[in-house]
Design a binder for this molecule. Structure first.
Ligand SMILES: Nc1nc2c(ncn2[C@@H]2O[C@H](COP(=O)(O)OP(=O)(O)OP(=O)(O)O)[C@@H](O)[C@H]2O)c(=O)[nH]1
Ligand SMILES: [Mg+2]
Length: 332
């Protein structure tokens, strides 16, 4: 048997070590991650992607740990990415979370958990998470869970990454419920009122369910009625029902063009991030070399003149490049 030499092949073979290294490179924005990601592309697109989001302290990590246990019990392998957009400089982001999840999976080869922060990825955090999801997908994980903080209005849009977004809330929102509604209708495919073992959980779930939240997909698709569930991550209650609701949503969107439209949007975001990275490398290096008095005196004016010069060169090209016909974009 031939020895596996390139990192991408190791990832596809399920190597935790190589997957971890590749995600670190993605975080740091290393150009070498790009070659590996291109090699992984044919192995992607099989995993079911679940976003778990909600306000700080709602119990997201505890719930993810419970989800891992439930999914493993069903024989499904799981990858987890814990995103920490608020502290981009902490290398060991969310170590506490990671420990909590690891408890749920201690030593289990069917589980891979990583936290991610965007240090150097020029496409930003969303691009880094999209690529990290691909790594876990290519590793062969049946389910990839992405945990993020937020209720819809952050800079990071989990709905553009996950097939199904689970919004985790806690009892007793009361007056702030009104403010949450916009967020719920924008991002949630499934709402779960966690800490169901504490007072007010049933009441909050009832109030939310009475809203009859609905999500609309692409034109011509039926709307999705957002289910409101109750769970106690701490006591492992309501977790199997949550998995069932997520699976139902996945099936629902897959039976129409809805899921495919979402996947196209995700691939398009990756395309834009890659193009941005490459153009930055190719076009900004020569511009930076021209550091002269003019640039020192007026960096904004110099930038605008440089962009205008690039655009006029671009307009002189007879035809616009098309994907697949350019040598650099051919599938190798
Ligand atoms: N009573 C009760 N407490 C819970 C439940 N789930 C989580 N908690 C507690 O809530 C606290 C926060 O839990 P985490 O899982 O860290 O919450 P999180 O949403 O991941 O928090 P951040 O990642 O910091 O936003 C911890 O003390 C948990 O033990 C639950 O079902 N019931
Ligand atoms: Mg957490």
């Amino acid at each position: 048997m031939e020895a596996v030499t390139d990192p991408a092949a190791h990832v596809v073979a399920g190597s935790v070590l190589h997957a971890g290294r590749l995600i670190t490179r993605i975080e740091n924005g290393h150009a070498e991650a790009r070659a590996a990601l291109r090699e992984l592309a044919p192995h992607c697109g099989k995993a079911q992607l679940i976003g778990v989001t909600g306000p700080p302290g709602a119990g997201k990590s505890t719930l993810v740990a419970a989800l891992i246990r439930e999914l493993r019990g069903q024989g499904r392998t799981v990858g987890v990415i814990a995103v920490d957009p608020s502290s981009p400089f902490s290398g060991g982001a969310l170590l506490g979370d990671r420990d909590r999840m690891l408890e749920a999976s201690s030593g289990d080869r069917g589980v891979f958990i990583r936290s991610i922060a965007s240090r150097g990825a020029s496409g930003g955090l969303a691009a880094a998470v999209n690529d990290a999801v691909d790594v876990l997908d290519a590793m062969g994980k049946d389910i990839v869970i992405v945990e993020t903080v937020g209720v819809g209005q952050g800079e990071f849009d989990i709905a553009k990454i996950a097939h199904t977004v689970v919004l985790v809330l806690v009892p007793g929102y009361g007056d702030s419920l009104q403010a949450m509604k916009a967020g719920i209708t924008e991002i949630a495919d499934v709402v779960v009122v966690n800490k169901g073992d504490t007072p007010g959980a049933e009441q909050t779930a009832k109030e939310l369910a009475a809203q009859g939240f609905e999500r609309t997909g692409p034109p011509g698709t039926k709307p999705w009625q957002v289910p409101v569930l109750r769970a106690s991550a701490l006591r492992d209650e309501g977790v199997a029902e949550l998995v069932a609701a997520v699976d139902e949503h996945y099936e629902f969107t897959g039976s129409t063009q809805w899921r495919a439209a979402g996947e196209r949007a995700r691939r398009h975001a990756q395309f834009v991030a890659f193009v941005g990275d490459r153009l930055r490398e190719e076009l900004l290096a020569p511009a930076g070399a021209a550091l002269d008095d003019e640039l020192l005196a007026d960096p904004y004016g110099a930038a605008e003149r440089y962009v205008q010069a690039l655009l006029s060169a671009h307009r002189r090209m007879a035809t616009r490049p098309r994907i697949g016909t350019e040598p650099g974009l051919e599938k190798s």
